[in-house]
Design a protein around this ligand. Sequence first.
Ligand code: C2E
Ligand code: CA
Ligand code: CA
Ligand code: CA
Length: 275
Amino acid sequence: AKTDGKGTFRRFEPALDARMQARRGLEADLRRAIVVQEFELYYQPLVDARTGRINAAEALVRWRHPDRGLVSPAEFIPLAEETGLIGPLGQWVLRTACVQAAQWPVHIRVAVNLSPAQFRDVRLADTVKAALAASGLSANRLELEITEGVLLADEERTLATLTRLRAAGVGISMDDFGTGYSSLSYLRRFPFDKIKVDQSFVRQLPSDPESAAIVRAIITMGTCLGMSITVEGVETAEQFAFTTGEGCDQVQGYHVSRPLPLGEFLSFVDAREAA
Ligand code: C2E
Ligand code: CA
Ligand code: CA
Ligand code: CA
């Protein structure tokens, strides 16, 4: 292959090799980390927009790497998805979140992120039910967050899985709403329990009139469709006041709290309840 005369391609090969090798290294490392369970769940509190009370937490996975420290999911979830490792990793997240949340006050639900690849497994609904049964967590305390990418794949099968999960009593949320394609047609085909307004629409609130109009429109539309609305990425008191003023149901973001390790999350809940 190196003598095919395409000099321009040849010149880039060393860099490509290095990238491939780095990727293979990371993949092997990720595989090892799954075996020895180097992952940890952080929990970000979500509050009821009307009462200010914590009523849920989103589980966000972290990789506690022996050399690299705490690695963010943005760095390894995409690779886990490409390599199929998201299967075992996603199972660990689901089981761990259910086991941990089963110990929380019962008015606090747990939200777990699911990748499109997890939906390609026809056993997903059974896997979820098994995690609930093993942990003793009741189905109505579990919410599954999916992105539009999930619905792009095999629509019939996806809808069948979502319907089975819904029938089992699990909540289904549309995550990062507004960032993908065809959002509106999906809302008609599948009745989500909740829409999470993506943080990109929140960043410039409340001063940017276009952002304000979009957030207001999503809240109105979702509410009319009978869905609960969560606004993500709320960082300031002004954003909190705006979004709750517009009638959203739930707020998530640094203004309330960053994602916290389990122990700190539980202390945070205690402190808020006492206040
Ligand atoms: P996401 O599901 O949209 O999760 C919200 C992300 O926004 C989290 O990043 C959270 O830390 C961050 N965030 C929360 N509040 C604020 C805020 O006020 N301002 C800003 N700037 N950011 C905020 P994180 O934890 O780094 O996770 C990134 C993404 O990785 C998640 O986005 C999700 O797509 C994925 N992810 C995390 N855990 C899992 C998991 O267990 N399974 C799967 N499949 N994906 C996961
Ligand atoms: Ca999410
Ligand atoms: Ca999100
Ligand atoms: Ca996101």
